[in-house]
Design a binder for this molecule. Sequence first.
Ligand SMILES: NC(=O)c1ccc[n+]([C@@H]2O[C@H](COP(=O)([O-])OP(=O)(O)OC[C@H]3O[C@@H](n4cnc5c(N)ncnc54)[C@H](O)[C@@H]3O)[C@@H](O)[C@H]2O)c1
Length: 273
Amino acid sequence: MSYNLLKGKKGIIFGALDEKSIAWKTAERVHEEGGEFVLSNAPIALRMGSIKELAKNTNAEIIPADATKMEDINKLVDQSTEKLGGKLDFVLHSIGMSVNVRKGKHYTDQNHDWTQKGFDVSALSFHKVMQSLYQKEAMNEWGSIVALSYMAAQRVFPDYNDMADNKAYLESVGRSFGYFFGEKFKVRVNTISQSPTPTTAGQGVKGFNEFIDYADKMSPLGNATAGECADYTVSLFSDLTKKVTLQNLFHDGGFSNVGVSNALMEFLKEKKL
Ligand SMILES: NC(=O)c1ccc[n+]([C@@H]2O[C@H](COP(=O)([O-])OP(=O)(O)OC[C@H]3O[C@@H](n4cnc5c(N)ncnc54)[C@H](O)[C@@H]3O)[C@@H](O)[C@H]2O)c1
């Protein structure tokens, strides 16, 4: 159902790779709500993924940008405001990748060149995007910037590896840059801490299937899906959440506040029999 929550709003959506991507679902929901946007992803992902289909269905332009390169981001911001005919109202940072996770390197035995690469892509890129938007004064007043995070920023999930550290930085940058963005431009910045979700990035984590099952059993409302994350993001882009800023918002069916659930206890009891 559409409520026209984003009618007249313009933005950039980073990170739609295929139809499982959280950014893909968000682009579809933003379009349904009347928002217009540019889709961006790394040049290599554009060659591999099916983003053209999404662009066609949502009347969006695609502008490639490697989110680790300031030059690419600056060009993207300039071209987006030009193509969309004005400043931006929303930006979604939905970007993550760890080379150590991909190549199965344990947290205690990292290749630190890979660690730096993953940090650049998953964490520092959020600062770079915001720095470009800030310096170019590219956001409208009461605009909204959102990045996606995970609870490994606060608690230990051993196989999340160096992505845990990247998410901790990402959330911190959301608060720090959010302060300056609020003060100078009345723009809000938040991170959404999302349930484990079966996407390309999610499924790269070792033992993902068991892990997603565990989170589901521990959450009174069950895991939040990518589509539900898209709905939540739409609410944060809308005018209904104008004073929500500097927050890390858990979108996880209640997981983050549960010590143990009846569903998990039942499962453990059955296993012992
Ligand atoms: N899937 C989960 O379980 C889960 C849970 C919580 C948070 N998140 C976060 O959600 C976000 C989106 O991930 P997803 O699960 O939709 O997976 P995804 O694999 O569909 O999306 C990750 C995106 O990052 C892009 N990317 C990688 N390197 C890039 C670069 N240099 N420049 C620009 N883009 C680049 C990829 O091309 C891809 O589109 C990530 O930040 C991820 O950490 C995912």
